[in-house]
Design a protein around this ligand. Structure first.
Ligand code: ATP
Length: 591
């Protein structure tokens, strides 16, 4: 008989144990007298290397290691939404209730509440055939989210027993299925799934719908698509967290999974305090009714930080499988990569660039590849959108995490320290950012808003590029050498920047702007440009063409025109623009 495995070496979160030849890589184990949760990451003969997800100080060699018979997994069932978990899906509220702010080691693998009763509507009857991923029952998880209870993806067969609709807890067997092999499978309201294994889907579908965020620089200039991937790199204090919060609050996903990964504890406290108070503008329900928070701050064990990304994406996949559009925000993937580096260092692996392990690239790829627009096994169309913040040291985008992330995302929304310095927020660098989704969502914008939207967007992008070029000349020789039409470019570009790209997250009206209003704003700026250009062409001096009051009114429309019933206001503003330039050109002709 195999001897009892014992700890032979402890190096921070990396522990070695002997007599482990019966175990497999990725098995979840309980380490030491306190039963700390760990995962076998390599095996060499009898000796296993184990990554421990809890604080290992106090652990001693000679203590036992025990198997759990399964890989590191999450428990998927009702009760996830609105919850706040640590990196391995332990509910922080329950932990705080039991033991205060710090997570005591050895608290075990507690997860969602298995005793709570849920009102379940059964959708199957005896004799039915069910297949993996099928929705076999539903329960109202929050007033906004109907939880569709799924047959585990690995189970299919004939239903031999079924409970009637009623009130049940998570452990009760709702149905028994006889599989093709003649084995019995017991369907409960939850099942478990290994975090590192992507959940299967029926098929991948083309990306075509935007994730509408209410943030003008994103929705119009650099759209993120449902099922797409985006990176949000930015140096210290450029607004990554703020932007991720804005996305979590406002984007039109059904479900938000927010992973606070290695950020400072106080930043996460803000999320924990602020989010439960927020109201979703589209449903008028508390935002937490569609949100899952995963908190793994810099003061929590580093290995659990590494796991938190997988925990988050597996939860996202589970809700996708029910047919929901899920958006995942990870803040910050750099801290996650640092956790990989730290563990790799302790494993004495050969370091590659800047000390990161050689598999950094493949790990980043695996994470973003779990995004997509798909047909789920249940037959429902659904998506996972992944938005990862990246914090390159010193704001240098050529470092390995930013470089590798750039390869695997289709939208790269770079935050710029110079823009942040002049308080141009969100500090998105409009010259170097890009989104491949602009083309993919064009048809959607054409049909749902106007065929002019993307045209105007492209025109304004050209204007901003020209503005950048002209500014270089201005810096050398001053503005006076430029002809009036070029000086007008500088003036209008300034309006695009101040009146459109800058958006105040703290302002009641400006924090979130409906797409239709965004477009009306862009049209108004374009109208001002066209009419003022006619005046310039009519040889009218720039001092008159640039009517400060009118220009200011266009800049301030973001605050002064409300987010609803705005037609009249836009009409008045545009009439004012038209009249001013008609009068100006007429009086010039009469002179
Ligand atoms: N859209 C915005 N509207 C108004 N203010 C903003 C906006 N975005 C960022 N800011 C300002 O920038 C500050 C820094 O933002 P934030 O904390 O998100 O930066 P960060 O890049 O996450 O920083 P760190 O590197 O410290 O994690 C905020 O406290 C806020 O004052």
């Amino acid at each position: 008989m195999q001897q009892q495995p014992k700890i032979i070496d402890i190096n921070g979160p990396v522990v070695k144990a002997d007599s482990m030849s019966d175990y497999k890589v990725r098995d979840m184990v309980l380490v030491g007298d306190k039963n700390l949760i760990g995962e076998v990451i390599s095996l060499e003969g009898e000796v296993a290397t184990i990554e421990v997800y809890e604080e290992t100080s106090g652990l001693k060699t000679g203590e036992n290691v025990k198997g759990t018979g399964m890989p590191l997994s999450v428990t998927l069932g009702p009760g996830i939404i609105g919850n706040i978990f640590d990196g391995i899906q332990r509910p922080l509220n329950t932990i705080f209730d039991k033991s205060g702010y710090f997570i005591p080691e050895g608290i075990g693998l507690i997860t969602i509440d298995k005793e709570k009763l849920w009102d379940v509507d059964m959708l199957i009857k005896e004799g039915d055939y069910v297949k993996g991923g099928q929705i076999f029952a539903t329960t109202q998880e929050t007033s906004y989210i109907k939880h569709k209870i799924l047959v585990p993806p690995t189970v299919s067969g004939k239903v031999t027993q079924v409970k009637p609709s009623g009130s049940y807890n998570l452990e009760e067997v709702l149905a028994v299925v006889e599989t093709e092999k003649g084995e019995k499978a017991y369907l409960k309201m939850y099942h478990t799934w290994p975090v590192r294994l992507p959940r299967p889907v029926e098929s991948r579908m083309p990306i075509s719908k935007p994730l509408i965020t209410g943030q003008r620089v994103l929705d119009i200039f650099f759209p993120i698509a449902k099922g797409g991937t985006a990176a949000l790199p930015g140096g210290f204090g450029t607004g990554k967290t703020m932007t991720q919060h804005q996305l979590a609050k406002w984007s039109d996903a059904d479900i938000i999974v927010y992973i606070g990964c290695g950020e400072r504890g106080n930043e996460m406290t803000e999320v924990l305090e602020e989010f439960p108070k927020l109201i979703d503008p589209r449903t008028n329900k508390p935002l937490m009714e569609r949100t899952v928070l995963i908190a793994n701050t810099s003061n929590m064990p580093v290995a659990a930080r590494e796991a938190s990304i997988y925990t988050g994406i597996t939860i996202a996949e589970y809700y996708r499988d029910m047919g929901y559009n899920v958006a995942i925000m990870a803040d910050s993937t750099s801290r996650w990569a640092e956790a990989l580096r730290e563990i790799s260092g302790r494993l004495e692996e050969m370091p590659a660039e800047e000390g990161y392990p050689a598999y950094l690239q493949s790990r980043i790829a695996q994470f973003y590849e779990r995004a997509g627009y798909t047909k789920a096994l249940s037959g429902e169309e659904a998506s996972i959108t992944v938005i990862g913040a990246v914090s390159p040291p010193g704001g240098d985008f050529s470092e390995p995490v930013t470089e590798n992330t750039k390869r695997f995302v289709s939208a790269f929304i770079g935050l710029d320290k110079n823009l942040a310095y002049i308080r141009h927020y969100p500090a998105v660098n409009y010259l170097t950012s890009y989104s491949a989704y602009t083309v993919m969502v064009k048809d959607y914008y054409d049909e749902n808003i106007s065929p002019d939207l993307i045209k105007l967007r492209n025109k304004m992008m050209e204007l901003l590029a020209e503005d950048d070029k002209l500014n270089q000349i201005v810096q050398l020789v001053g503005e006076d050498v430029l002809p009036n039409d070029q000086r007008l470019v500088l003036e209008i570009a300034s309006i695009v920047k101040k009146g459109f790209l800058q958006q105040n997250a703290m302002h009641e009206i400006d924090s979130y702007v409906p797409l239709e209003k965004q477009f009306r704003m862009l049209q108004t700026i374009n109208n001002l440009y066209e009419k003022s250009y006619q005046a310039v062409k009519a040889q009218i001096g720039l001092a008159k063409v640039k009517n400060n009051e009118l220009f200011d009114e266009v800049i301030k429309m973001k605050y002064n025109i409300k987010n609803e019933n705005y037609e009249e206001d836009f009409k008045n503003l545009n009439d004012k623009i038209n009249k001013y330039y008609e009068d100006l050109i007429k009086s010039n002709e009469n002179e």
